[in-house]
Design a protein around this ligand. Structure first.
Ligand code: RIB
Ligand code: CA
Length: 315
């Protein structure tokens, strides 16, 4: 039986690649996309989600708009990484479909309570929607199957400050609520996503398949390559797609049960995720954290699935 997932997202270049990977994976049934601010504004995130699904001929997947701003912090977006459009240099036609007429928080509560322990949520943007749903409906925490979260930097440096990873930094208060909700959590932090790099050589291979999918990927990651080069990087980190490895290639990840806190103060380490490796807090683990990955093997899985998706959607 495929794992039924809702992706909560701020598309975003790597978010878009995660949608495509989910759609290309028979182990997954993509139930819906709920959108949030983060890489881009909520409006742009929602438009991009609709447009990317239509590009992949998956326009039947519901898109539901959520939080406009973080719980406490001001809105921020990372146009320098994802471009003003949120999808790099890719040009997506205006979507034909409209989002569901419901707030994502209410949609998540309704869907999860209707089918307890059936739906997994994959937050790959700031955790604002998830935190609001937990606060609005306390029953949610017992009914959602699991959260598989792209976020945090445990032993790795941050990517938005020296300490903090972007998704957690944008809404550290939401992360604090989610991390202490009691929901089963798997965290996919920068510690592993920085080891999963899509490189120009992979794009050259993908372009052997003539498809709007491969051309979209090429145009979308150009901005990410340029940003990566600016700090001496060598490729586009597959942050969001790597969350799906927990379903399609779990053997590539090494997970550790860990108690993790997040700094939601307003100091220099705001958004930092701390792992209690030495048990100094005497608190039980609140999540499984991916600390190692066979990154090159994950990229190979990603490329092969993109090739087959692209072949199914020829020009
Ligand atoms: O830090 C990486 C995360 O921030 C990814 O989810 C990316 O899309 C951005 O949202
Ligand atoms: Ca994201």
């Amino acid at each position: 039986m495929p794992k039924r997932i809702i992706i909560d997202t701020d598309p975003g270049i790597d978010d878009a690649l995660a949608f495509l990977l989910a759609l290309a994976s028979p182990e997954i049934k993509l139930e819906a996309l709920t959108t949030t601010q983060g890489n881009v504004t909520l409006e742009t995130a929602t438009r991009n989600a609709l447009a990317i699904l239509e590009l992949a001929q998956a326009g039947g997947v519901p898109v539901v708009a959520g939080s406009v701003v973080p719980l406490v912090q001001p809105l921020r977006a990372s146009a320098h990484v994802h471009g003003q459009s949120g999808v790099g240099n890719a040009k997506l036609p205006d979507p034909k479909n409209k989002p569901v007429e419901q707030h994502a928080v209410d949609y998540l509560i309704e869907r999860v309570l209707a089918e307890p322990n059936e739906l997994s949520i994959f937050p790959i943007g700031p955790l604002t929607n998830i935190a609001m749903a937990i606060r609005k409906e306390p029953k949610l925490a017992k009914a959602v199957k699991e959260l598989v979260i792209m976020g945090g930097a445990v032993l790795e440096h941050g990517n938005v400050t020296p300490q903090a990873e972007f998704n957690i930094y944008v809404d550290p208060h939401a992360a604090h609520i989610v991390f202490h909700s009691g929901i089963p959590i798997t965290l996919i932090p920068l510690d592993v996503t920085h080891k999963c790099l899509l490189k120009p050589i992979h794009i050259n291979r993908l372009l052997q398949v003539n498809s709007p999918i491969t051309r979209f990927i090429k145009s979308a990651v150009e901005t990410c390559f340029a940003h990566s080069k600016s700090y001496g990087g060598e490729g586009c980190a597959m942050h969001d797609p790597l969350t799906l490895a927990t379903v399609i290639a779990p053997e590539l990840l090494t997970l550790k049960e860990l108690y993790v806190e997040v700094d939601h103060s307003s100091g220099v380490s705001m958004g930092k995720t701390f792992g209690d490796f030495l048990g100094t807090t005497n608190k039980p683990a609140n999540m499984k954290v991916a600390l190692q990955v066979r990154g090159d093997e994950f990229i190979e899985v990603f490329i092969q699935r993109m090739e087959s998706l692209a072949k199914s959607i020829p020009e």
